[in-house]
Design a protein around this ligand. Structure first.
Ligand code: TNX
Length: 499
């Protein structure tokens, strides 16, 4: 029998037989596993229509025991025998429950779980997904739905791309015109929107309850056309050159005009005014409020595709903005181009080059490590969740690659950037850019099943990786995702009928 587990745990020992979940089963909490009990209780209610009693009494056969341990890590143990026991610290208990969720099976009206003994811990500390809410605004309910999906695969960071040329999505009290004037539209006439501070706190709290840390991104110094709708003094006039004209022509989308919302998806035409004091007052206000509302360590300052910015200006900007971020108490994260500059000590670089990167990309990425930082890998030819599965796929882009499930699965983080010390790899992230997405269903189409491939690369050991094993397991998860109401693409090369 195939155990339908993704990401594959460190150690799995299966035994014959199964635990049958009876209506009399109780959730027994030991040493204060209360939060996990409510996660499990909601899950069983939703999936099996059972709401077990939660108790601190001694466990009996047929019960599910949640044992909180004092450890400070994401590891857990799951034993399924005559009773079920999950042991771990907060995150570990949550992950043990996600593993249990993948093992639950219904047969003739009764719910069972195969007997198994699992010991598990992640490979990488940073396991991220990114949602672009700037190109298309997604409301709080959709972001929560995205958190549900990602956390079930043991992703622990949610990077939100909050600002871009097309819109500004987070209210800033000291700069209220940003959301008043620059949030009303999305790409191609889709509706705009923004998060109030309370909305954003709600997202952060929901993410935290699912053991995900929110990483907000304010994309700078480029991707800033929207700022000009609100504070024109802070931005340069849109750049226009042969490269940008050719881009606009090939997209069939007009170039942006100063002071008007941009609804195309060309890149590289905008910049803040790098040398003006007014810009730095603005950035101190904005980044200060973002840092203040964000409990996580990281603040992403962008740094990508500043195609119209002179290199010396770009470097000066990055040096200063990463220093400002540190001053505000956060660890800066930046797209790998920012490695051309003297980034603040400890800045994390996010690599988005191909899996055969240019010398320049390699050099820029290594710089973060030379400056005491680490690297998040998002190779666009493998980890980009917004690339098409096939050339004909109706959603997504294909500028980096066409990424079928096997391509998304078959890569090794240590081998992407030559000469990068493996110990400097903080983890991996799958970005979901939203130029072509309008709905949660669209998100699901690009997310499932490729996010499962990324989850396994992020969590499981390199030696466990095996495409044939993965394809058998992913097929078995189709019914689990269906049961949650999570749609998605079901590529024909996978047998989705396995129980
Ligand atoms: C490149 S990857 C971008 C984004 C686009 C994306 C579309 C990166 C750091 N920048 O601006 O949305 O391609 O795939």
């Amino acid at each position: 029998m195939v155990l339908t587990l993704i990401p594959l745990p460190s150690s799995v020992t299966a035994a014959p037989g199964a635990f049958v979940l009876s209506p009399a089963a109780r959730i027994v909490i030991v040493d204060g596993a209360d939060a996990a009990a409510s996660v499990l209780s909601d899950l069983l209610a939703h999936r099996c229509g059972l709401r077990p009693e939660v108790t601190t009494d001694d466990p009996a056969a047929g019960d599910i025991v949640l044992r909180a341990t004092g450890a400070d890590d994401e590891a857990y143990r799951l034993e399924v025998a005559e009773r079920i026991e999950i042991a771990g610290a907060d995150a570990g208990l949550f992950y043990g429950i996600q593993t249990l969720r993948q093992l639950l099976r219904e047969d003739a009206g009764s719910w069972s779980i195969p007997q198994v003994s699992i010991v598990d811990a992640p490979r990488f500390a940073y396991r991220g997904v990114m949602l672009d809410v700037a190109r298309t605004f997604f409301d709080v309910a959709t972001v929560k739905a995205f958190i549900d999906r990602a956390s079930s695969l043991k992703f622990n960071h949610l990077h939100l791309h909050l600002t871009d040329d097309q819109g500004w999505r987070l209210h800033i009290d000291s700069r209220p015109l940003l959301t008043e004037k620059a949030s009303g539209t999305s790409v191609l006439g889709r509706p705009g929107g923004f998060y109030t501070k309370d909305d954003f706190r709600e997202i952060i709290a929901y993410a935290a309850a699912h053991h995900m840390v929110v990483v907000p991104e304010i994309d700078l110094p480029g991707h800033t056309h929207a700022i000009g709708l609100a504070y024109p003094d802070v931005v340069e006039a849109p750049v226009m050159n042969d490269m940008l004209l050719a881009q606009s022509e090939s997209l069939g989308q007009p170039l942006p005009a100063a002071g008007e919302p941009y609804q195309g998806w060309g890149v590289g035409h905008s910049s803040v005014r790098i040398h003006e004091d007014a810009t730095w007052d603005f950035l101190r206000d904005v980044l200060g409020e973002v840092a203040e509302i964000t409990p996580g360590d990281y603040l992403h300052i962008g740094g990508d595709e500043c195609l119209g910015t002179p290199p010396a200006d770009f470097d000066a900007f990055v040096e200063r903005v990463t220093a400002l971020t540190v001053e505000l108490g956060k660890t800066p994260v930046a797209w790998h181009e920012a490695g051309s500059a003297v980034v603040a000590e400890g800045t994390v670089g996010q690599f988005w080059g191909s899996d055969t990167p240019s010398d320049e990309h390699i050099e820029h990425t290594r710089r973060f490590v030379e400056r005491g930082g680490s690297v998040i890998l998002s190779p666009s030819t493998r980890a980009y969740l917004d690339m098409k599965y096939t050339p004909e796929f109706p959603l997504g882009l294909s500028w980096a690659a066409v990424i079928d499930l096997e391509t998304a699965y078959s890569w090794e983080p240590d081998a992407i950037v030559p000469g990068l010390d493996p110990a400097a790899i903080l983890g991996i992230e799958g970005p979901l850019w939203a130029e072509t997405l309008a709905t949660l269903d669209d998100i699901d189409q690009l997310f499932f099943p490729r996010a499962a491939a990324l989850a396994e690369i992020a969590w499981s050991s390199a030696s466990a990786k095996d495409w044939n094993s993965f394809r058998a397991r992913v097929g078995g998860l189709g019914p689990v995702w269906d049961a949650e109401g999570w749609g998605g693409h079901r590529p024909a090369e996978i047998d989705w009928s396995t129980p």
